[in-house]
Ligand binder design. Sequence first.
Ligand code: F6R
Length: 354
Amino acid sequence: GLVQPPPTAGRAMAAEVAEQPHRWERLLDRSGARDSDLARAVSLVQAYRPRFVLLVARGTSDHAALYAKYLFEILCGLPCGLVSPSTMTTYDATPAANGVLMVGVSQSGGSPDLVRSLEVGRARGALTLAVTNRADSPLARAAECHVDVLAGPERAVAATKSYTAQLLALYLLVDRLRGGTGAAAARLPEAGARVLDQEAHIARLAQRYRFASRLVCTGRGYSYPTAREAALKLMETSYVAAQAFSGADLLHGPLAMIDPQVPVMAVVAEGRGGDAMLPVLDRLTASGADILTVGRASAADRADATVVLPDDVPEELSPLLEILPFQTLARHLAIARGADPDRPRGLDKVTETL
Ligand code: F6R
């Protein structure tokens, strides 16, 4: 049988998940100030007029970077790529970076390979920006400008509040660059609180997936980073083999491994990305998959289980809400499987010692 984790299991993670709407509120308040770090970053980027954006990050922060890629490309028409730090560290490559905005995304701002990447980019002509939760970190110091995501100290090993704070900071940056005021984001804290209110429902879902050894997470467009981050949270806390695919890629091969023993968690937002998931859901249903949908209410009739999200935020902001049920599910699933999500095996965190 499964071991019983201590009653304190997952408390740090639960607290950090719960405080997200409050952290978003603070970031929204602060970003409105004329002299904010965000305002300074926006004016530097506008003066630089980048032709291309390169993002560098790892783990959860890499998923925030992937979200930013969609934002830059769709909302600003700026081509954007994720660059692996190893090209500039392991291989000592020095990519030409004139006209490039290079963005390092990192909760801790402490990882030497990101610092090195920004140094190389800057030396090769890029404008460098650090998006971190530590204004005094080496990454923030290495960059020409810095946006603080204001998530507060993150103590749990699994990144949760820093992820959504990164998403929001990156959204506010891109929205300002295209001349927006960030007004659409004002609704997020209240909408996020409504999602977190569904904890009892999600705890029951954890029982449903308790014995699954493999899982697939999928989403399209803005929701693809959610699928990636959901899979990472599930793997690192409950050790389930969770694989993420974009809904498009799922149909180009991996669909063959789907059977009723491999539950599929599909993010189906309102908007075009979610619309494009509907044919994917049909193919999954035809494969006999056990499907959980997270997002629009109308997807429920194609699913075996569902989590409905508020439909009053624009599609490009829905990733902030979409990840919340997965964070909660990851914590409950870990506990149901006898693990303490605050102490994932084999993982450490870059924290105070920078
Ligand atoms: C996952 C997690 C890690 C970090 C990664 C990058 O929950 O915490 O994947 O996201 O180690 O760390 P930072 O953002 O500090 O550079």
